[in-house]
Design a protein around this ligand. Structure first.
Ligand code: ADP
Ligand code: MG
Length: 564
């Protein structure tokens, strides 16, 4: 048996296939959602779920919530927690949560939640369940996926698959029934994260065409805004928010709260999802009219204002046939059933949320696997030494959309040694393989010796502060400067190569070069130096091609001289 698990920021759920049907497990009170909250009491074992959430009001420092926002991230990447517990750096700069006098890695806390789900599940089916499919937001990076997998392992599961949430939701809504080449948008607004993806069904196979989102946007933000507007605690604001989903007005402690007031406060926050929706469509090269369905995922999409907003953006009524906060777990369970072999084999294809590549000479980003490539995938390229007698190549693995290496996230580094060789002679093949779990294996091979160097990205994770969302925003915002800097850097590398070569050609040929050509060349060289100094890309490119033309006879003469 394989469990299907939605390890959510706010709530987690677990399910299994029973006689060919996906079934979500309820606790003793009949509740299928388990709050992703862990209480560390002064003595005794940690407590997970509803009781932990209740204690939070009175003992905020003992209860950890929203740990999903921290998993797989480093200190400095997350703003100090506003939830009562403290964050600190572990011995290796790794992020830890200080609670109840101890410090825990985020994945250890997620593992406690997963253990609780495992226990509930085993109680319900009366047998041990040691395998699981666990979902993550589509744009979780490698570090976050790997940490989620470790959390599953710490809880005693063999993690059979890390599955993207929109892909799971597509399964739950039975989008395969829509027919060949059907295209669907999945809009997921949960407690702490937002994402939107466009999927296409091809020959019974789901393919994620694009995915966009914001790691720090969700129902929590609505609670904070409402609490401020109404001068209430976040707890009470959340309760009233939920109540206003079902009615137009709510009485509480002698005050009346109107849905219209809630909508005025929430709409500007909900509106922040607009650009992600539009971007997702444009990444998938689709107009709204090309969509066959729009489905809702996440508890916050129960709100009428969110449903209206989604209908307006996508110009069609969303499908509300599933419970939005259970769809992901249901899909994870269906995927578990597929892996068990009991269900028709729908293959799920996912995409890379950001480009993966390595840093090359001059500090440029060299993309090996572009953003939105279907995974699993494999791609490689051949590199050479930029300097003579170099005996090792330092490879920095990067993730991101920016042209310059320094603006992307370093995921890991490796040194590949090779026998010293003249410039341009060494050959190192670099291969990237993204497995079905979205985990990256990097292999570098020195082709002369056949020796392979493989890095374990998971332990070399060094993701910087930027969130994926910000990365995409920045890449748009800086598109022109970035491109200019790339073209300039490429031109500069070319100049650095040509100028010394021209010098030595002039020296070698001596009087054979006519005086007027010699002075024309030195005038050009001066202009090139000036353009380099002034960082004038356009000039530099023109001048270099002039230099190319004017020195061509020199190159020929030099060659003849050598052959003579
Ligand atoms: P996650 O995927 O982050 O765990 P969920 O899908 O469980 O999140 O959604 C949790 C969010 O949904 C919370 O912000 C919660 O307040 C909100 N939510 C749940 N039910 C309702 C409702 N009926 N009306 C409005 N918001 C709701
Ligand atoms: Mg969710």
């Amino acid at each position: 048996m394989i469990a299907g698990i939605d390890l959510g920021t706010t709530h987690s759920l677990v399910g299994v296939m029973e006689s060919g049907f996906p079934v979500l497990i309820a606790d003793a009170q009949g509740r299928r959602l388990t709050p992703s909250a862990v209480w560390f009491p002064e003595c005794g074992e940690p407590v997970v779920g509803w009781s932990a959430l209740e204690i939070k009001a009175t003992h905020p420092t003992q209860v950890v919530t929203s740990v999903k926002r921290l998993i797989g991230r480093r200190i400095g990447e997350v703003v100090a927690s506003s939830s009562g517990f403290a964050l600190e750096a572990g011995p290796d700069g790794e992020l830890r949560v200080a609670v109840g006098g101890h410090s825990h890695r985020p994945e250890e806390i997620s593992a406690i939640i997963l253990s609780k789900l495992k226990t509930d599940l085993e109680k319900s089916c009366g047998t041990p369940v040691n395998r699981a499919v666990i979902t993550v937001p589509a744009y979780f990076n490698d570090a976050q996926r790997a940490a989620t997998k470790r959390a599953g392992e710490l809880a005693g599961f063999t993690v059979e698959r890390i599955l993207s949430e929109p892909t799971a939701a597509a399964l739950a809504y039975g989008l395969d029934r829509l027919g060949e080449r059907a295209k669907v948008a999945v809009y997921d607004l949960g407690g702490g994260t937002f994402d939107v993806s466009v999927l296409e069904l091809n020959c019974g196979v789901f393919e994620v065409l694009s995915t966009n989102g914001d790691t720090s946007l969700g129902g929590d933000d609505l609670d904070v805004a409402l609490a401020n507007a109404w001068n209430l605690s976040r707890f009470d604001a959340e309760k009233i928010k939920r109540a206003l989903t079902d009615t137009e007005c709510v009485e509480c402690d002698g005050r009346t709260y109107l849905r219209s007031e809630l909508e005025a406060v929430c709409l500007p926050i909900i509106d922040r999802t607009r650009r992600h929706c539009l971007r997702s469509l444009s990444d998938a090269h689709l107009e709204t009219s090309a969509l066959d369905a729009v489905v809702l995922v996440g508890g916050a999409t129960r709100m009428p204002v969110v449903r209206k907003f989604v209908a307006e953006i996508f110009r069609r009524e969303p499908d509300v046939s599933q419970h939005p906060d259970e769809a992901v777990a249901l899909g994870a369970t269906i995927q578990a059933g597929i892996l068990e072999g009991g269900l028709q084999n729908l293959t799920l294809l996912d995409v890379t949320p950001l480009s993966l590549g390595i840093e090359t000479f001059g500090g440029l980003m060299n993309v090996i696997i572009p953003r939105n490539t279907t995974i699993p995938c494999k791609a490689g390229e051949m590199f050479t030494n930029a300097v003579s007698n170099q005996s090792a190549m330092n490879i920095t693995v990067l993730q991101g959309e920016r042209e310059m290496a320094r603006d992307n996230w370093p995921l890991g580094r490796m040194d590949v040694a090779f026998p010293p060789a003249p410039k341009g002679q060494a050959r190192v093949g670099v291969q990237f393989e993204l497995d079905a779990n979205g985990i990256l294996h990097v292999l570098a091979r020195d082709t002369s010796t056949g020796l392979d160097t493989i890095i374990d990205i998971q332990s070399a994770v060094e993701v910087s502060d930027e969130a994926v969302e910000k990365m995409l925003g920045d890449s748009l915002e800086h598109a022109f400067e970035d491109m200019d800097e790339r073209i300039f850097t490429e031109a500069k590398l070319k100049a650095n190569e040509m100028l010394p070569a021209v010098d030595s050609a002039l020296e070698a040929l001596g009087d054979e070069v006519p005086a007027e050509i010699r002075s024309a060349i030195s005038a050009l060289v001066q202009k090139i130096r000036a353009a380099l100094e002034a960082r004038s890309t356009a000039n530099l490119k023109t001048l270099l091609s002039e230099l190319d033309t004017i020195t061509e006879p020199l190159a020929t003469a030099l060659l003849e001289k050598t052959l003579a």
